[in-house]
Design a protein around this ligand. Structure first.
Ligand code: NDP
Length: 260
């Protein structure tokens, strides 16, 4: 029997065991998927080598990239990984967050220009995703220290953004709104940007955030992060089990999220 896990700190909130175990059951795979609360990042390599593979979540995605023996091209570009595979004690690293995001915005095209709010790990993955589709990416954040790792993109503090510029898609990758009703930046700045935009995407899932509410008020087509969550899971499952049945896996994972 194969063993997989989601590893992070904190980890109790993770929906991955529920999603993966239902897909394993529906697709009749001889494997289990558990969760592992890791405190000390120096133990990540040792733990992965005891199981068949893992999804890595906050705050170990960069460490997951660093410990890999082999990196997918996306991992090298983004600098973080959310999926690790252990084959004969060699660690293979992938990033399915960026693939999940691309799948989630499939009905948003055409997009020429996108504005990514936030400059952390998720912003890096999504900026890379947009770039693979030849979409021009601008990044805005409340502090500038993270811009050092984003040299391939135009980066601005919110107050420095040119409010006359038109962006088709606005993506919120900040944690503003996750546990509160905050917006990622001043309401006036967002209103100006939304008035010229077509689509808004929030990586936060299962919540009508202030960001999404304001986007709807400005008649944008909107989406939260639930499809991204599901699709990153589907792509990880395909890697773990060499099983190319995306529709069946998606359906099983989606069903799992709806269970009480
Ligand atoms: P990081 O810690 O790497 O980055 C967080 C970013 O949010 C930084 O740019 C930070 O700004 C900004 N930020 C945090 N709080 C605020 C605030 N109150 N106002 C404005 N900006 C703020 O986190 P990640 O990129 O790893 O994760 C970000 C979010 O993405 C999380 O909510 C996570 O749950 C979600 N996520 C969703 C996924 C999905 O499948 N739907 C997948 C992966 C992540 P600063 O640099 O100034 O600190």
């Amino acid at each position: 029997m194969k063993i997989f896990a989601v590893i992070g700190d904190p980890i109790m909130h993770s929906k991955s065991p529920r999603m993966h175990n239902n897909a394993l059951q529906v697709l009749k795979k001889d494997a289990v998927y558990t969760r592992y609360h890791l405190k000390d990042k120096t133990r990540l390599r040792e733990i992965i080598r005891k199981i068949d593979g893992a999804n890595i979540t906050i705050p170990f995605k960069e460490e997951a990239c660093d410990i890999a023996d082999f990196k997918d091209e996306s991992v090298t570009h983004i600098g973080s990984a959310n999926t690790l595979l252990n084959i004969n004690s060699k660690i293979y690293a992938y990033n399915t967050d960026y693939l999940g995001f691309l799948k989630a915005i499939e009905n948003f095209y055409p997009i020429e220009n996108a504005l990514v709010l936030g400059a952390g790990g998720t912003a890096k993955a999504l900026a890379y995703a947009l770039k693979t589709k030849n979409i021009k990416v601008t990044i805005a954040n409340r502090s500038s220290f993270r811009f050092e790792n984003l040299t391939n993109y135009s980066c601005f503090l919110y107050e420095q953004l040119d409010l006359n510029e038109k962006f088709d898609l606005i993506v919120n990758t900040t944690s503003a709104g996750l546990y509160d009703e905050k917006l990622p930046c001043e309401e006036n700045i967002l209103k100006n940007i939304f008035q010229k935009a077509k689509f808004a995407f929030d990586v936060i899932y299962g919540k009508n955030t202030s960001f999404l509410k304001l986007a709807r008020k400005n008649n944008l087509e909107v989406k939260d992060g639930v499809q991204m969550l599901l699709w990153q899971g589907v792509f990880a499952f395909e890697i773990f089990l060499e099983c190319q049945k995306p529709k069946e896996i998606f359906k099983a994972m989606e069903m799992a999220l709806k269970l009480p």
